[in-house]
Design a protein around this ligand. Structure first.
Ligand code: F6R
Length: 259
């Protein structure tokens, strides 16, 4: 794991966009897209580079991390709608090359299996965006999720429903269930970028990076992955006990070694 501590959210967005831009410019790339507030700055920076600097996503494809179960795809808060509004619809990424789990599937278990198979058939995810929940979830793998889990239905914790209520009129409208890539599925992506913004994520980031490998903090599974870049602002880094070392390591990063 490499821990990159940036001054603020804008600097985080630029660093994340640099990683994604390098991958996308290198050839056909499969992106793993997260929804929620955290990646928005990075998406906006990529949209800016698309508009102003000719960064093209025409050769890219993408898979979403998760989707609410039972929320129609056309609902403005379905992740299908959100990702089109926040990112895909604002760049030249072919909407037909973007797939998310179908939370309306009649046979949800079959859809989960088909989703994992589709990711595999596409050759896997090259660069995966990840946010983190206040309870340490990635995707919607809530605490006690199997560290080897595949795409499946999970029940959201009350805390996650409360955290996500800001996107709905009230918490009662937040679905109880999601179809989410499992921790095993996510771990197969070749490069994971975990983004953390704000003091509200400090405890979760510290647990994920410095805590024990434990299903109680699902994001700690990233400790097993060979290529993870954690990009955080100062506030989200405030719970890290080894922050000085992470800064030192980045400042002394060999010139030949990129993220
Ligand atoms: C969203 C997702 C979630 C969010 C997490 C943080 O697709 O998989 O894990 O990344 O809940 O949400 P925000 O970014 O809204 O704080």
């Amino acid at each position: 794991m490499e821990i990159v501590i940036e001054q603020d959210a804008d600097a985080v967005a630029r660093t994340v966009a640099d990683i994604v831009e390098k991958a996308v410019r290198s050839g056909p790339t499969t992106l793993g897209l997260a929804t929620g507030s955290t990646p928005l700055g990075s998406y906006n920076e990529l949209i800016r580079r698309h508009r102003e600097e000719g960064l093209s996503f025409a050769q890219a494809r993408a898979f979403l991390l998760d989707e609410y179960v039972g929320l129609p795809a056309a609902h403005p808060e379905s992740y299908h709608s959100v990702i089109r509004r926040d990112f895909v619809g604002q760049v030249d990424l072919d909407p037909a090359a973007v797939r998310g789990p179908n939370g309306e599937a009649a046979d949800i278990a079959a859809e989960a299996r088909a989703y994992d198979a589709a990711i595999g058939a596409a050759g896997g995810v090259d660069v995966q965006f990840l946010g983190i929940g206040t309870d340490g979830h990635v995707g919607f793998n809530e605490p006690m999720s199997s560290l080897a889990s595949r795409t499946r239905v999970k029940t959201l914790t009350e805390q996650t429903r409360i955290d996500n209520a800001r996107f709905f009129d009230d918490v009662a409208q937040v679905p109880h269930h999601v179809l989410t890539q499992g921790l095993g599925t996510i771990s197969e992506a070749r490069h994971l970028i975990l983004i953390g913004l704000g003091a509200g994520k400090a405890a979760a980031i510290a647990a994920a990076v410095e805590g024990p490998l434990a299903a109680m903090c699902p994001a700690s599974v990233l400790q097993l992955h060979p290529h993870v870049t954690v990009v955080v602002d100062e506030a989200a880094a405030s719970g890290l006990s080894h922050a000085d070392y992470y800064r030192y390591a980045i400042a002394n990063k060999p010139a030949w070694q990129s993220f």
